[in-house]
Design a protein around this ligand. Structure first.
Ligand code: ASP
Length: 323
């Protein structure tokens, strides 16, 4: 009797959960951004939120959960209610965090449902306007000579700006002091104010500042020039071969989010990455929306795993980590 009653209650609960999942979304959806407002991840996320709002037919709002190189937001969403209303947009840092953080409180491979990839964003090496060198060759000589006096801003351990800065320092074999911020938006303010000297940051944050001459630029991290920044030479063009960094992004939901909800989110993401306005708006900022086949859970899962396998040995060898 008790058993029958329990079966009855649980199937009723399943029906309710199923019905709720079918009706999704009935209220606004929150997309957590792991860095400060106004920065590159935030800018991409806000453009995505506009497109997703249209295609999901429900408001998608941004919540900036900055700190600890992006791991605070990732942890928050790993532990959020798995109902589709709490999502995360995260970049390459999702793949580097397991090697960088000894006590990472979440597992990128087991704690999420994947929605899909969003866009790839190149980076630029920039400096405060007062820095004397006028090109990459001069910059390398200048940094080597003045390394004790210079500093490099970034968005914390595992941020793309951190990885790109590490790559630059290792390529020129000169270590300079790094200063972490909650995102490269505040770091950009510090750079323009002259408190920091150099930064490697995504074009979604640097394009406007480069075009208006508020920062100096030494190169892009791309194979060929970025169309929206065609006056800026690539690092490779100036002799620094293999300095290619492209920052990929994915959208995640907490593990256990019902399949019908995930399916709706995937459909809205796919419509968004094909949305002409979204594509052209982010292309103006140097970013490229992924093709539809990459805006899928399978593609994100595969890419994330491959990136974890690629970065973990490199980071372990470099001996950079946080306790
Ligand atoms: N995504 C940036 C980085 O990795 C930080 C930011 O979005 O503010 O450096």
């Amino acid at each position: 009797m008790l058993f029958r009653a329990l079966v009855g209650v649980s199937s009723l609960l399943l029906m309710v959960a199923g019905a709720t999942a079918q009706e999704f979304p009935t209220k606004q959806v929150s997309l957590a951004v792991p860095f400060a407002a106004g920065g590159p991840t935030d800018t991409l996320a806000r453009n995505l939120a506009v497109a997703m709002t249209q295609h999901l037919k429900q408001q998608v709002v941004i919540e900036n959960v900055a700190g600890a190189g992006g791991t605070l937001a990732a942890n928050r969403i790993a532990k959020a209610k798995p109902d589709g209303y709490s999502l995360l947009i995260a970049h390459i840092g999702m793949a580097t965090a397991p090697a960088l953080y000894r006590k990472l409180p979440y597992n990128p491979l087991t704690d999420y449902e994947y929605i899909g990839q969003v866009a790839d964003v190149p980076m630029t090496l920039i400096a405060k306007t007062g820095l004397p060198p006028d090109n990459l060759t001069e910059l390398i000589a200048y940094v080597k000579k003045n390394k004790e006096k210079l500093n490099l801003g970034n968005a914390g351990l595992g941020a793309a700006s951190h990885l790109c800065g590490l790559l630059f320092m290792s390529r020129i074999e000169a270590d300079i002091v790094t200063i972490p911020y909650n995102g490269t938006a505040p770091a950009m303010t510090a750079l323009m104010g002259g408190q920091i000297d150099l930064m490697c940051d995504q074009t979604t944050n640097t394009t406007a500042q480069i075009k208006s001459g508020r920062v100096k630029v030494y190169g892009t991290t791309t194979k060929t020039r970025v169309p929206s920044l065609s006056m800026v030479p690539t690092m490779a063009e100036q002799g620094m071969k293999d300095f290619e960094v492209s920052v990929w992004h994915g959208v995640y939901a907490p593990k256990g989010t019902p399949k019908p909800v995930i399916d709706k989110l995937v459909a809205a993401l796919q419509a968004s990455v094909q949305d002409a306005q979204f594509k052209s708006r982010i292309a103006e900022l140097g970013a490229q929306a992924v093709t539809k086949d990459k805006a899928t859970p399978e593609s994100l899962a595969k890419h994330l795993k491959a990136e974890i396998e690629k970065w973990s040995p490199i980071i372990k060898k470099a001996g950079v980590y946080a306790d």
